[in-house]
Design a protein around this ligand. Structure first.
Ligand code: GAR
Length: 199
């Protein structure tokens, strides 16, 4: 008998390139199923990507996310009930900028993964996201940067590290060129998720 394919839900806040990579990978490999994308911004491009890829996508407010009380299909629900209804096994943060509240960490222990665009523990923490990370790395004159994929705990960018990959930083790099290098490394995320889920 075949084992059940794990269900994952993606949380994102922005463009959604990582979400798109994960959805495409899941379809090619049939290793996990992306049942929904949740985003805290109605106008984020991740909605367009999810729509194109045929994955249901929803918006919750930051306060609703914090308080476990969201509007889902026009009805007020707890996020945890909605995630249970979707038979969620793992939550994948893909460019998601809100702090994960305790109630979710308790519901999904060691089952929430995040990707960060730097070599943690450096250049992590509140306010360290996207271009701010790359600006800080360049301003500090670092010779290398990279990505970190880690479990989520109750501190920003802090939980157990599952995977890191590096790229060189040269004196000519700008936040934009460094973003591109890091972006290439981020293509590893779907496979790292697959390996973690497989155990
Ligand atoms: C990615 O570079 C991701 O590593 C970063 O946001 C970007 C989202 O891009 N995440 C963080 O900074 C989290 N602290 P995307 O929306 O195109 O996937």
């Amino acid at each position: 008998m075949n084992a059940k394919i794990p269900n994952i839900v993606i949380f994102a806040s922005g463009s959604g390139s990582n979400a798109e990579n994960i959805i495409n990978w899941s379809k090619e490999r049939n290793c996990y199923r992306v049942t929904a994308v949740f985003c805290n911004r109605k106008d984020a491009f991740v909605h367009t990507r999810a729509e194109r890829l045929g994955v249901p996508h929803f918006t919750f407010s930051p306060a609703g996310f914090r308080d476990n009380s969201i509007i889902y299909n026009g009805v007020q629900r707890t996020l945890t009930d909605v995630l249970s209804e979707l038979e969620t096994d793992y939550i994948i943060l893909a460019g998601f900028l809100l702090k994960v509240p305790g109630y979710l960490l308790e519901s999904y222990p060691e089952r929430i993964l995040n990707i960060h665009p730097a070599l943690l523990p450096s250049y992590g923490g509140k306010g360290m996201y996207g271009e701010y990370v790359h600006k800080a790395v360049i301003a500090a004159g670092e010779k290398e940067s990279g990505i970190t994929i880690h479990l989520v705990d109750n501190q920003y960018d802090h939980g157990r590290i599952l995977y890191q990959a590096k790229c060189p930083v040269s004196p000519e790099d700008t936040p934009e060129t460094l973003f591109e290098k890091v972006h290439q490394l981020e293509r590893a995320y779907p496979e790292v998720i697959e390996k973690y889920i497989r155990g």
